[in-house]
Write a protein that binds this ligand. Sequence first.
Ligand code: KG4
Ligand code: ZN
Length: 342
Amino acid sequence: MNQNPLRILGIETSCDETAAAIYSTDGGVSSNVLFSQIDMHKRFGGVVPEIASRSHLEKIQGIINDALEQAHVTLDDIDVIAVTTKPGLPGSLLVGVCFAKALSWAKEKQIIGVNHLEAHIFSSCIENNVPFPHLCIAASGGHTSLYLVRDFGVYECIGQTRDDAAGEAFDKVAKMLDLPYPGGPEIEKLATEVGFKDFFSYPRSKHLALDLSFSGLKTAVLYDLVARNAYDLKTKKLLSDSLELKQQVASSLLVCVRDMLTTVIERALKQYPEIQAVTFVGGVACNKYLRQSLQDAASKYQKPFFAPAPKYCGDNGAMIAFVGHYKAQRQEFSDLFLDILH
Ligand code: KG4
Ligand code: ZN
């Protein structure tokens, strides 16, 4: 293992954020810069892949320059370039990987391909000393999974959604309610206004062991709205402009997702008594109510709970650089044949 201090440039372009960060083994994160494309995709109600890759191309050089500048370093001070290679939108991933390879070749720097999900899993360790083995709940717009994490880079998936991701459920219900994209923060805001009560008792997926399912929940919300004469299935339009209804749907949805997540956490903690801590990562982990609820579930079992700072929950360059640092210490380098399918 290489014990000399290393400085890593992390690059992330897997979806709709162009992000870069500098992480060093002796000083941690010294910059974390991000351009979010959300406003470009908003009017389409979701991410448009072609728009995403074009925007990455325009932004990537400036974002990397900003990350270097804010960390008061130049490319010459960088030891390793870490870049997301999968999973993600192919066109978006290619922009980051091609840029990283060009830099690596031109500046003769080592390069490391990073799995985006691994980066989310270890994002809770950027600022915390999380003991191993721990249970990680990763919830974003594309994934919702439970991992048993044994060491840096050593983890196994022990449960996952069988259909939609948790974030997708928030985004899709928000769309039904005519709320802007992404839906998660809007749902949280409305639910906060009415105190997280369970108004409509939507059905919970119950019999899936450590797996989850959110697509039935989305359909249940839809048909409940139809039954209340608040939604027209033919035109796919909301027929009600009642704020109270939106608040009640949002609150009931959030409580339902909380119940599903805490149920699988408690099952996992019973099934794997060796678990030392619980972590919550991914964009959905920005949700304060869910963070508190999951923390409460963990403390019922006397387990410490860790969630990254919100800036490290959604997609970011720091988590890519962080994975790059432990891979570099183990000399797990990639080469210029690196591509998005490796
Ligand atoms: O990790 P992320 O930024 O991107 C993906 O890799 O998907 O996660 C985005 C997801 C979206 O579905 C968004 O609605 C959700 O995270 N999200 C939230 C909150 N903030 C973002 N969900 C619930 N509550 C929030 N406050
Ligand atoms: Zn992500």
